[in-house]
Design a protein around this ligand. Structure first.
Ligand code: FMN
Length: 321
C-alpha cells in the first residue's frame, strides 16, 4: 500500500460506516436514474443510498464531453448520501474525475466493472475489466487518489460463474468502502436467475478478506423486505434496480398499498421536474409512463394515448393534471 493510501485508509470514516445493516440502494441505471427520477423515487419512499447513472471518465476529462458529464452528475443536497458512478479504462482519468466529483460535493465514487454493453466492453470498460484484473486494480488505485471512499459494482465473472472467487477476492483485497455484486456473469446478462445460492460463500470471503467492506448484493430483488433473508446471512446492503419500475414505492420503510391517484401524483411530479430541469428530451420520458399507469382496467388505453403525446402539457391534458 502506498503512503497516500494508508493515510486515506486510516482516516476513513464516511457515510458507508454509518449505515446500519440491511440498508437499501437505488441501482445506477443509465437513462433512468438521473436527478429527476431520483427525486421521484425520494418522494415515493427514499432508499438509504442513491447511485447516479454511469458516466464515462473520458467525457469528464475532455472539453467536448465535460458539459454533458456535468449535467449527468447534477444532484440536490437532500439526495446525500449519493454515490457517483463512473466507467472507463484509463486509470489517470478516474483520478481526475474523482477529484472533480469531490469538488462537486460528492462524498463517494463507484467504479463500474459490470456493464455488459458491447460498446462499453469493446472499449475495455465495464465488465471488460473482469478480464484485465491488473488494470482493474490500477483503476481503483487511480480513483482513490482523490481521497473519496471508493466502491465497485461488478458481476460474478465474465463467462463462467466459477470465476467469482478469484475476481471477488481480488476486489476485496483493494480496501474498498463497498462492493456491489450483481449475482450474474457478464455472459448471462439478465437472462438467467440471479445466483442467490452463492450469497453465503461470498459473505464468508468478504468476512475473511475485508470485514470493513460493505457487501451489497444486486439482481432480481424487488423490495428490501424480499432481500431481508440475505441480510440475515450477513449481507450489508440491498441494491434494487428494476424493482422501482414495478413499484416506485418499493423503498418505503413501512410497505403500504398505493392508489391510482398516488401514482398519478408521482407522474405529475415527474412531469414538473422534467420541465424544470430539462435533463432529457421528451421521447425517452415516455419509457417512464408504464411505471405510473399500470395494473388496472383501462391503463393500457391511457398509455397508448400518452405514447402519442409530444409535450408534457399534452400528457397533463390526458391525465387531468
Ligand atoms: C435501464 C438500465 C440501465 C442500467 N444502467 C446501469 C448503469 O449505468 N450502471 C450500472 O452499474 N448498472 C446499470 N444497470 C444494471 C442495474 O444497476 C442492475 O445491476 C440490474 O438491473 C440488476 O438489478 P435489478 O434486478 O434490481 O434490476 C442498468 C440496468 C437497467 C435496466
Amino acid at each position: 500500500m502506498e503512503v497516500e493510501e494508508i493515510l486515506c485508509y486510516n482516516s476513513r470514516m464516511d457515510f458507508w460506516d454509518n449505515l446500519s445493516g440491511g440498508f437499501s440502494c437505488l441501482a445506477p441505471m443509465e437513462g433512468v436514474t438521473d436527478m429527476v427520477f431520483r427525486q421521484v423515487v425520494a418522494r415515493a419512499g427514499r432508499p438509504d443510498v442513491f447511485f447516479t447513472e454511469f458516466t464515462n471518465v473520458n467525457s469528464f476529462v475532455s472539453e467536448e464531453g465535460r458539459y454533458n458529464a456535468l449535467e449527468r452528475f447534477r444532484f440536490l443536497p437532500e439526495e446525500q448520501p449519493i454515490v457517483a458512478q463512473i466507467w472507463g479504462k484509463v486509470p489517470e482519468y478516474f483520478g481526475v474525475t474523482a477529484r472533480g466529483l469531490k469538488d462537486l460535493g460528492y462524498g463517494a465514487v463507484d467504479v463500474n466493472m459490470g456493464c455488459p454493453d458491447k460498446h462499453v466492453v469493446a472499449g475495455g470498460g465495464g465488465s471488460g475489466l473482469i478480464r484485465t484484473p491488473e488494470l482493474a486494480v490500477e483503476i481503483i488505485r487511480g480513483t482513490k487518489r482523490a481521497g473519496l471512499p471508493v466502491s465497485v459494482k461488478t458481476r460474478l465473472g465474465y463467462a463462467r460463474v466459477d470465476e467469482w472467487k478469484d475476481w471477488i477476492s481480488l476486489l476485496l483485497k483493494q480496501d474498498l468502502a463497498a462492493l456491489t455484486v450483481h449475482l450474474r456473469t457478464k455472459k448471462e446478462m439478465s437472462k438467467v436467475e440471479a445466483h442467490f445460492e452463492l450469497v453465503p460463500e461470498i459473505v464468508a470471503v468478504r468476512d475473511e478478506l475485508a470485514p470493513r467492506t460493505k457487501l451489497i448484493i444486486n439482481g432480481d430483488i424487488k423490495t428490501p423486505g424480499e432481500g431481508q433473508r440475505f441480510v440475515d446471512m450477513g449481507v450489508d446492503g440491498l441494491m434494487i434496480g428494476r424493482g422501482v419500475f414495478a413499484d416506485p414505492f418499493c423503498f418505503e420503510k413501512v410497505p403500504a398499498s398505493h392508489s391510482r391517484e398516488e401514482l398519478m401524483g408521482l407522474l405529475k411530479y415527474h412531469l414538473d421536474l422534467f420541465d424544470e430541469y430539462k435533463l432529457m428530451s421528451f421521447e425517452p420520458l415516455k419509457r417512464f409512463f408504464k411505471i405510473y399507469v399500470n395494473g388496472y382496467y383501462g391503463a393500457a388505453e391511457i398509455r397508448e394515448k400518452l405514447m402519442r403525446c409530444k409535450t408534457t402539457d399534452e400528457v397533463r391534458g390526458i391525465i387531468g393534471a
